[in-house]
Write a protein that binds this ligand. Structure first.
Ligand SMILES: CC(C)(COP(=O)(O)OP(=O)(O)OC[C@H]1O[C@@H](n2cnc3c(N)ncnc32)[C@H](O)[C@@H]1OP(=O)(O)O)[C@@H](O)C(=O)NCCC(=O)NCCS
Length: 157
């Protein structure tokens, strides 16, 4: 939670999980649990959500991630996010997927760049972060389905 304005309580965390599980049931997509293939251990989430707040580029669908620290630095967020992009464009049929974070969250920005999202050069003040807070200014990354398709390797013969 280093790049969030405040940590969240256990109750707020549980409420988020409940909301995400309800979205998975209602929409068929949302924030999915991420499990390691080798051990089956739950290590966090990666998924697609519709931001609750109105943002300068709303309406939109956001890809996001949060992994337990012990599982950072191994490529798992990138691997899971690539699978989520594919599901978003091929199965769900989204026209565009965005992601955003505070300018200072370089690990998250690196995941955005690795999976092919493009910095829209459209920084904005996130209304959920208090005015004057160091994390208020956010960057916006976005990727359209045609751009994603063009970047996929051609199927081998
Ligand atoms: C954002 C977050 C998921 C990024 O995690 P991460 O471990 O940096 O990202 P990945 O899982 O994609 O791993 C990439 C790293 O694994 C390394 N790696 C090691 N083995 C690898 C492999 N086999 N394949 C790919 N990458 C590998 C990469 O080189 C890269 O390391 P680097 O950062 O030193 O260049 C993590 O920092 C996090 O959960 N943060 C807290 C929550 C948060 O801020 N969420 C975003 C809010 S907007």
């Amino acid at each position: 939670m280093r790049y969030f304005a405040t940590p969240i309580s256990r109750e707020a965390s549980d409420a988020s999980i409940d909301a995400w599980q309800a979205q998975l049931v209602e929409r068929g997509w949302g924030n999915w649990a991420v499990a390691r293939r080798d051990t089956g251990a739950f290590i966090g989430y990666v998924g697609l959500t519709v931001p609750k707040r109105v943002l300068p580029f709303s309406p939109c669908v956001e890809i996001g991630w949060r992994l337990m620290r012990a599982h950072w630095g191994k490529g798992f967020a990138t691997e899971a996010a690539r699978a989520v992009l594919r599901a978003g464009f091929e199965q769900i049929g989204l026209a565009e997927i965005v992601s955003f974070t505070t300018l200072l969250n370089l690990p998250s920005r690196a995941v955005m760049a690795r999976i092919g999202l493009i910095d829209a050069q459209q920084n904005f003040e996130h209304p959920g972060v208090p005015e004057g807070h160091a994390f208020r200014m956010h960057c916006l990354y976005r990727l359209r389905r045609e751009e994603w398709q063009a970047a996929q390797p051609a199927p081998s013969a």
